[in-house]
Design a protein around this ligand. Structure first.
Ligand SMILES: NCC(=O)N[C@@H](Cc1c[nH]cn1)C(=O)O
Ligand code: ZN
Ligand code: ZN
Length: 480
């Protein structure tokens, strides 16, 4: 019986070791979106490769993906490596199934000044609440290390791993997984040739109490608008009123994209969204989630919808457009009277079935060009795609989901809810297509973990129970 799996006790016993491993990893500020921190992303790859080696993984390869394509400031900037490795081997008398474990070791940017209670790259354990804090604890360093920890627990419990593992850990997920598609396609018949299924632990429960398994993701197309005017920033008293201000142009274009109620204003997008079916209509009622849980996760009562169904549909199955920020604009405290000479506005669209990504890019660029032309501004203007990643949806009743549901029930005593997610993991669809296999999303953290936000956290219980689920999932998936 897997609930008596001795590996589960070993996971409890090794808790301090696993917390220390996470603490060491969090200390490396592997921010893929910050070019100046690229050496740190590479350092984290080497840190992980050493951990894998010490745990008995073999054939460890740090795959070079070449230089980062534009738009990028440094045209020689190298992409961080993808870490491939194996645990276990098939020989003639030992034919085990092979699971590919995907995770990402890069993280979102984080500064203490953003409002963190502690330094984001100094791991913090709240002993009383048993909550761990730091950039990456839940997205995705904690879950990624979970797999390594599970291998250690199997080894120290004296149990053979019931499956073979292949790792594919990337360092660019938070920046669109640039370069990874090509590598997966190239390795499909080589390094990945024995893969039976893919498991990704890089998402979250919907709420805070009930575990879930995830069968859908939205895609993400990220754009930037660059507006250039004066050669340098100007004094607004000296020049204000007689120069065309890039920031004023940008505000006009950005406001044309979306209404405050979330409605996207770009013509042609709505028409590409798949209609709601009767079967789909019925799934929302059964999901364990409430408006209060959303309010708790966002720390306010600012939801656009007052009922569960609309909230879930707008998170999972409708597109959304978010405006993220403006590079070059004044944003600090105080009252600087500056006219920024050049600004870069950033926004993204979360995509859903059946939006055609290339058609979307054209609609977005045409829309922005049209609105800018109407301004009759002498400034220069360019809208471009920074990166994209497709949406994904699968059948949640295949062998891998069934094994994961059983493993989850062992640990939490309930059947997990089957959910979709509003976030994106750009590479999911590529795995499915290139390896001709299923993908399972097996989340570790909770819906209020504040991934991408300040004070990102992971409850110790989710870390430990998440590993126990992984351990039993490997066992159940190995069975015929
Ligand atoms: N945990 C998954 C995650 O956070 N994914 C990112 C991926 C992304 C896409 N474009 C930029 N980053 C997300 O924002 O959903
Ligand atoms: Zn992630
Ligand atoms: Zn993320």
């Amino acid at each position: 019986m897997a609930s008596n799996n001795p590996v589960l006790n070993k996971i409890e016993e090794l808790k301090p070791t696993f917390i220390k491993r996470l603490s060491d990893a969090i200390a490396i500020p592997a921010v893929s979106g910050d070019e100046s921190l690229r050496p740190k992303v590479v350092e984290k790859a080497h840190f992980l490769a050493k951990q894998l080696k010490d745990l008995g993984f073999h054939d460890i390869q740090l795959k070079d993906l070449g230089v980062q394509p534009p738009p990028v400031s440094d045209s020689n900037l190298k992409l961080p490596p993808v870490i491939l490795s194996r645990y276990g081997n098939n020989d003639s008398k030992n034919k085990k199934k092979t699971i590919l474990i995907y995770g990402h070791y890069d993280v979102q940017p984080a500064l203490k000044e953003d409002g963190w209670d502690t330094e984001p790259f100094t791991f913090y354990l709240d002993e009383e609440k048993q909550i761990m804090r730091g950039r990456g604890v839940t997205d995705d360093t904690g879950p990624l290390l979970g797999w390594l920890n599970v291998v250690q627990a199997y080894r120290e419990a004296g149990k053979e791993l019931p499956v073979n593992l292949i790792t594919c850990f990337e360092g660019m997920e938070e920046s669109g997984s640039i370069g990874l598609d090509k590598l997966i396609i190239e390795e499909a018949d080589k390094y990945f040739k024995d893969v039976d299924t893919v498991c990704i632990s890089d998402n979250y429960w919907l709420g805070t109490k009930k575990p879930v398994l995830t069968y859908g993701l939205r895609g993400c197309n990220y754009y930037q608008i660059t507006i250039k005017g004066p050669k340098a920033d100007l004094h607004s008293g000296v020049f204000g009123g007689c120069v065309a201000e890039p920031m004023i142009d940008l505000v006009h274009v950005l406001q044309s994209l979306v209404k405050p109620n979330g409605e996207i204003q770009i013509a042609g997008i709505k028409e590409m969204v798949a209609p709601v079916t009767e079967t789909e209509n019925q799934i929302y009622e059964k999901i364990d989630f409430s408006v209060e849980e959303l309010n708790q996760a966002i720390g306010s009562k600012t939801s656009l919808y007052d009922n569960k169904r609309d909230i879930l549909m707008h998170r999972w199955r409708y597109p959304s457009l978010s405006i993220h920020g403006v590079e070059g604009a004044f944003y600090g405290p105080g009252a600087k009277t500056v006219i920024p000479g050049q600004v870069i506005g950033k926004f993204s669209i979360r995509t859903v079935p059946d939006i055609d990504s290339k058609k979307l890019d054209q609609l977005v660029i045409d829309h922005c060009n049209k609105v800018f032309a109407e301004l009759k501004s002498p400034n220069t203007f360019k809208t471009e795609l920074v990166h994209d990643g497709n949406y994904w949806i699968t059948d949640p009743f295949n062998k891998s989901f069934t094994a994961a549901a059983r493993a989850t029930k062992d640990i939490y005593g309930v059947e997990p809810d089957l959910t979709r997610e509003g976030g994106s993991i750009p590479i999911t669809l590529t795995f499915e297509k290139a390896l001709k296999t299923n993908v399972l999303l097996l989340p570790m953290g909770r819906g209020d973990d504040a991934a991408h936000s300040i004070n990102e956290k992971l409850d110790v219980s989710n870390y430990i129970n998440g590993m126990k689920i992984m351990a039993n999932y490997l066992l159940y998936y190995s069975e015929d």
